[in-house]
Every structure is written in structure tokens, then in C-alpha cells.
Design a protein. Structure first.
Length: 215
């Protein structure tokens, strides 16, 4: 059983990660700005007030956990890009100050993944500016993490399309190339994305690198 600190537990992806972790018997500390807004009383769940951009206060919140999961910016919507890279930097800085530092797993975006023709997902014509900003913010966060060698980190990118759906427990993995089916469709449900992330907590296979998952 792992003791998980989860940032972004109220978001579309973060809430599924929380559900998956708790259903497997892990314990979780949801670090949120306003614990009253979490509105959950699950066994094994503790809510604590905290700000992911306040690196000075984070070490005390993160100490004693086995893994820190950041789902900051995991959902799509204007304004998310402003916190994605700063959150990654603040968490790394904080973990450097924690004895026996927990592992860090970051929800990353699909934008920087390579498509079959060698282009990046974010090169697709017609993407709205706000979405491009989020994609590139995730790319910047990943570039930053790739320069970190003193914190055990992993970044998990979804398929090109991720949305709420069915939990099947089935997925395929890749590294830096987009995972697609025989028809060229790259998709995963938020529920199966959460399955893959918690699997990575239980059986680490991608330490110090990014990987991606799709159905």
C-alpha cells in the first residue's frame, strides 16, 4: 500500500486518479486550496490545505508520502497553462528539501508526442490558441523535468484524445510516439489513464522519463 500525496484531486483527471488509488487500498492526501470543496469522506482519504506554487510550504505537506502525483493542468480549458511548468518546478524544489524524498509522477500533455509522420500533436492545423498554450506549457514542464537528476520523476502523457468513459483496465504504452489503433485513432478514457498511472505507482517502469498510454 502506498501513501500518495495528490495535487489536483478535484479535476477531471485528478479525481479519477484518486478514485483508482483508493479502490486499490492506497491512502491519499489531497492537497487543495480549500479542503471544504473536496466534499468527499472516503476511507483512506485526508484533505489538507496547500498551494502547489508555494514551494516553501510544500515540504511539510509532502513529507511522509511514498509518491507525489501532480494533476495540475490535467484538464483542458483556458488559463490552465499558467500553472503547469511553475508547479513542476515548485514540486521539484520542495522534494529536494524532503528527507527520503517521495517519487514524483506528473500528469503531462499529449502535445509533444510524435505522430506517425514525424510531426508533433501540437502541429495539427486548426488547434485553438488556448489549447496550444496548454500543450506547450506541458512540453516546457517535460523539458524541465528531463534536466532533473536528483528527484525521481515520471511524466505520463495521455493519448491524443482523453475524456471520461469506461474503466476497462486495458491500455497500451509508448514513450515519445503517439499510440494509435489500426485506424489511426489515439484515445483513452480518463478512467483507464488513471489505471495506468496507479499501475506505475505499484510497479515502477518509467522512472526518470515520460511515457504515454492509449487504448
Amino acid at each position: 500500500m502506498a501513501h500518495i500525496a495528490l495535487i489536483g484531486a478535484t479535476g477531471t483527471i485528478g479525481s479519477r486518479i484518486l478514485d483508482e488509488a483508493l479502490r486499490r487500498g492506497h491512502t491519499a492526501t489531497a492537497i487543495v486550496r480549500d479542503p471544504a470543496k473536496l466534499d468527499r469522506t472516503d476511507a483512506g482519504l485526508t484533505a489538507r490545505a496547500g498551494d502547489v506554487l508555494d514551494a516553501a510550504s510544500l515540504p511539510e505537506l509532502l513529507a511522509g508520502h511514498d509518491v507525489v502525483v501532480s494533476a495540475v493542468g490535467g484538464g483542458d480549458g483556458p488559463g490552465h497553462q499558467a500553472t503547469i511548468e511553475p508547479a513542476a518546478k515548485a514540486l521539484v524544489e520542495a522534494l529536494r528539501a524532503v528527507d527520503g524524498a517521495p517519487r514524483l509522477i506528473v500528469v503531462n500533455g499529449a502535445g509533444s508526442l510524435r505522430a506517425a509522420d514525424g510531426s508533433r500533436v501540437w502541429d495539427e492545423p486548426g488547434l485553438p490558441d488556448w489549447l496550444l498554450q496548454i500543450m506547450h506549457a506541458h512540453g516546457d514542464a517535460l523539458d524541465y523535468l528531463r534536466g532533473v537528476s536528483d528527484v525521481n520523476w515520471t511524466a505520463l502523457s495521455p493519448a491524443a484524445t482523453i475524456e471520461p468513459g469506461e474503466r476497462t483496465g486495458r491500455y497500451r504504452t509508448g514513450v515519445d510516439d503517439l499510440v494509435s489503433d489500426a485506424e489511426g485513432v489515439s484515445w483513452i478514457s480518463t478512467e483507464d489513464y488513471a489505471v495506468a498511472l496507479v499501475d506505475e505507482i505499484e510497479q515502477p517502469a518509467h522512472e526518470g522519463r515520460r511515457f504515454t498510454v492509449a487504448r
